[in-house]
Design a protein around this ligand. Sequence first.
Ligand code: UTP
Length: 292
Amino acid sequence: MSVTLKPLKKAVLPVAGLGTRFLPATKALAKEMLPVVDRPLIQYAVDEARAAGIEQFCFVTGRGKTAIVEHFDVAYELERTLEAREKTAELNALRAQAMVPGSIVTVRQQVPMGLGHAIWCARSFVGEDPFAILLPDDLMMCETPCTGQLAEAYRETGGNVVAIEEVPMERVNRYGVLDVAEDKGKLVSVKGLVEKPPVEQAPSNLTIIGRYVLMPEVMQHLAKLEKGAGGEVQLTDSMAKLIGSQPFHGLRYEGRRYDCGDKAGFLEAQVAFALKRPDLAPAMKAILKAYA
Ligand code: UTP
């Protein structure tokens, strides 16, 4: 481990996508505000990042996303009402989520030109520091929070780390895919990355999920705003350009991902997260039995 390694304190959460797969729900409501059980997706992502030691957050927002920022404000009237009604548990739950003043900034992505473009919009926030990226629609269920696992791998390798998982070969064309230099088991060193390759050209079935720790130099490549797969500015293309000049690894994270950008994944997450909750598990089990 390098002694000069900068600590990981910043995270960028891109939330400017249109969420077309969830229309009409996402016409006026941000996809990231959709709740799983009783918390919006964005809250899970922020809690995960905080548990990994992240102290500064940048939300890359767009039109119709104001509720996301409001969600992290103090709701004085609500707190006073809960106090007056002696709803202590609810009040404490709200207060436990309070953010340190000034710890969230927002930048605007006026036009959703792709994930790479969204990340580039956060370049002033990132400055010269390493940073995490969390895509809130990838909801993680991990004993050690996924971003925490990546932070640990960053400290070990001193460079870029992306969370990866294996998918059946016929589905690799939906993801960013690793070209493997050396598979060391948990950590995989990477010699190339390709976004949404045709199945027959995919270099592996190891795919990138929505959790990253990147070095600030990625911004220099994103700044060129080159369009890639689907005509969008792809983060994967700029990450690929870091390989060779900086360490780049995939991390087989421990845990499970629920793709909440997809309807079936979102519904599965509701069931899985409800079953994890002692207050809801019995009712959920009874419901599942009734529908079996
Ligand atoms: P998705 O690929 O899921 O796109 O973005 P989307 O627009 O949110 O949803 P669909 O596919 O139309 O249903 C992955 C993440 O990147 C963000 C999204 O908000 C989401 O968190 N994103 C994507 C942006 O912030 N800007 C973009 O231009 C594209």
